[in-house]
Write a new protein. Structure first.
Length: 215
């Protein structure tokens, strides 16, 4: 499925044409295609962002790309699985190649994948920290969830991030589509999930407008 990418928050402020001219095109797979690609992977992974909230709410919208999440500690296994592919790491407005055997640059948390220089980008991979069996919110490690709580299996058989974790990451962005996702999934959140997200926002973004709707 081919879809146009949009600039990532914090990466650059470019129009679509400027983005394409600088970084090249994307061919963004949907979650089922990602699952097929990673069927033989030996490391856990799941889908985040808007696709995860679609799976949780049953309400679909257009998505520019798909966000694949792996544990930071599984990066060596991920690089071995994609040996032979082009792996690059974005940082601010720059992209740097991740050469085989090279150390992953400190402070980075994202990888783009493509077949070669003549091919479109296909995967946007996000690294998430974990301690033992607990996934941590990367902006505040005091916030986290057990593996079982942090992901769920959608009706399509694909593993997705918990909707409250997806919303917590989206909360700081303030985009219309994030408010749309919040409104769609809110009726599906039980009292415990609402309380968890409200408490996390109290700590992370205490002035956020979603807080009052969660009480």
């Amino acid at each position: 499925m081919t879809t146009p990418p949009v600039p990532k928050p914090g990466l650059h402020d470019m129009s679509f044409d400027e983005f394409q001219a600088r970084y090249g095109p994307w061919r963004s797979p949907d979650p089922v295609e990602v699952a097929e690609l990673l069927a033989e992977a030996a490391f856990p992974w799941w889908i985040a962002g808007g696709w995860a909230l679609d799976a949780a709410s049953g309400v679909s919208r257009f998505h520019e790309d798909v966000d694949l999440v792996i544990l930071s500690r599984d990066l060596p296994a991920f690089r071995e699985f994609f040996a032979g592919k082009h792996l690059w790491t974005p940082y601010r407005q720059a992209l740097e190649p991740l050469w085989p055997g090279a150390e992953f640059p400190e402070g980075r948390e994202q990888i783009w994948v493509r077949d070669d220089a003549y091919s479109p980008w296909t995967l946007d991979v996000l690294l998430t920290p974990a301690v033992d069996e607990r996934i941590l919110f990367k902006r505040d490690h005091a916030i986290g969830m057990s593996f079982d709580e942090a992901t769920f299996t959608g009706a399509d058989g694909v593993r997705y991030i918990s909707p409250v974790l997806a919303l917590l990451y989206k909360a700081r962005l303030g985009r219309d589509k994030d408010d749309t996702d919040f409104a769609a999934v809110l009726p599906r959140l039980d009292a415990a999930a609402r309380a968890w997200l409200a408490d996390a926002l109290d700590r992370h973004l205490p002035e956020h407008k979603w807080r009052e709707r969660l009480r």
